[in-house]
Write a protein that binds this ligand. Structure first.
Ligand code: FAD
Length: 443
């Protein structure tokens, strides 16, 4: 157990220790010193959150709203978090990575959350502890796990994590790979060919690859009008495909002889089998394609942490109780965000944020011995099909027959209209949403 942990659980803990660990507000609040032994026991509950990305940070903040006394610790491997949200914009120079970089300082200081920068390497669900790479052990009463995604490189012969870190970035976790992909786009020879290979369902941010494809085409239109983008897809449909394709028609000549984008569906042999890195060629079920830039966004599974601590099933994702996000495999452990199996909810930041709020309340209820309330989730995915052309999909979700499903007729996709203002307005909504969303998560 770390020094910090020893302090947290030392029964002779002093008031000064508590002020140091959780800040003055928590100590001044009701419960810890002024109340009965039972209230003390309740307020001493410790919730440990693994992963301080969208799901983990939202959970910590909203759990503090739901329970002013609970002790909360986030263990996050990196001191800074770069949002994938808007990371496609970085590829075309519409944002910088700095503008997408956040940390947990506000979560720590404003919401009395103990933030530990360390990598979690193991968990013991019987002893209710987690272990970190620096050799510390943390005890928990409730554990929340939101570790994002991992990639199935093994689905592609000739492609691996090392190539992704080098000349073939997937850029599907924002960071240096995003900048490398931008460099490659800018270096594409005039009249060159780029390939974006999209993943099989389910995967993080279902519209992400198609937004990226739109940005490539928009960039070509302005800077490299004889270049061509080939989108290789293992699927026959993709989210918001109708408004996306309409935008491609309107903006990039999709389906015309001079189209900047060609989309090869799964039935047309779009699934990628192999990368020949040396010859800059991808082999698909339908044939071979040579290109100057190859961006394979690999198939995915739950974050590695979820796999190593035993929260995944044979699908590679984490089964959960739909009304609370509690793991279906281990009690007192909750899984949020991309790693979880949330049925009809897409793997988006919006979903992770919505799930975290439901989960925070469910944990606060459970700590008080109360049954959880009815879970209602929501998601809106805004995407840009061009810098000033937005498309969106939205739904409210409820738990029905043991699954998370869209509620009634709540689901909707951007309509196709002849009103030029409509996609422009959606692009404005998109940009405003992103700005407000990161505040909801990190401030
Ligand atoms: C190109 C792109 C665009 C996107 N755009 C949007 C958008 O417009 N709207 C939207 O809603 N969503 C968008 N998303 C999806 C969104 O980024 C994810 O769905 C969201 O981040 C999921 O949250 P999470 O908490 O599950 O994972 P993350 O936010 O990835 O957080 C996981 C955290 O866990 C940490 N972690 C992992 N393992 C360990 C460990 N062993 N020890 C300690 N810490 C660990 C990681 O460092 C990370 O900080 C986009 C994604 C991409 C790729």
């Amino acid at each position: 157990m770390s020094q910090l942990e020893n302090k947290q659980f030392d029964s002779k803990i002093t008031r000064r220790d508590l002020i140091k660990l959780f800040g003055a507000t928590a100590v001044a609040g009701t419960g810890i010193f002024g109340a009965s032994q039972q209230a003390y026991a309740k307020s001493a509950a410790h919730v440990v959150v693994l992963g301080g990305g969208v799901g983990g940070a939202t959970l910590a903040k909203y759990l503090r709203f739901a329970d002013p006394d609970v002790k909360i610790t986030i263990i996050e491997q990196y001191p800074e978090y770069i949002t994938c949200l808007r990371s496609n914009d970085v590829i075309i120079g519409m944002h910088t990575l700095d503008e997408l970089t956040f940390n947990l300082d506000t979560i720590k200081n404003k919401y009395n959350v103990n933030v530990v920068i360390d990598t979690v390497i193991g968990a013991d669900f019987d002893k209710k502890t987690v272990r970190t790479a620096k050799g510390d052990t943390f005890s928990y009463d409730k554990l929340v796990v939101s570790p994002g995604i991992d990639f199935r490189f093994e689905d592609y012969e000739g492609y691996d994590a090392t190539l992704a870190e080098g000349a073939f970035p997937h850029a599907y976790k924002a960071g240096p790979q995003t900048l490398e992909l931008r460099r490659q786009l800018l270096a594409l020879p005039q009249g060159g060919t780029a390939i974006i290979a999209t993943p099989q369902n389910p995967f993080r941010c279902p519209p992400g690859p198609y937004e990226r494809a739109s940005f490539f085409a928009e960039y070509f239109k302005e800077h490299n009008p004889t270049a061509k983008l080939l989108v290789l897809d293992p699927k026959d449909r993709f989210t918001k495909d109708v408004p996306f394709k309409k935008a491609w028609e309107r903006l990039y000549g999709y389906k015309s002889d001079n189209s900047l984008i060609e989309w090869v569906s799964g039935s047309e042999g779009g699934r990628v089998l192999r990368l020949d890195a040396k010859n800059m060629t991808v082999e698909t079920e339908g044939g071979s394609y040579k290109a100057d830039l190859i961006n394979i966004i690999p198939n995915q599974r739950a974050g590695k942490l979820a796999q190593i601590i035993g929260l995944t099933d044979s699908s590679g994702w984490c089964p959960i109780q739909r009304d609370t996000m509690e793991s279906a495999l281990h009690k007192e452990v909750y899984v949020l965000g991309d790693s979880s199996i949330a049925d009809e909810m897409p793997k988006s930041g919006y979903s992770a944020n919505s799930q975290a709020k439901v989960c925070a309340q469910a944990i606060a209820d459970a700590l008080k011995g109360n049954a959880p309330g009815k879970a209602i989730y929501s998601n809106v995915c805004y995407s840009l099909a061009g810098q000033n052309y937005g498309v969106s999909i939205a739904a409210i979700y409820e738990v029905r027959d043991g699954r998370i499903v869209a509620k009634g007729k709540s689901a909707g996709v951007s309509p196709i209209t002849d009103k030029p203002a409509q996609p422009i307005l959606e692009a404005v909504y998109q940009k405003n949403w992103q700005r407000e969303f990161v505040k909801d998560v990190f401030s």
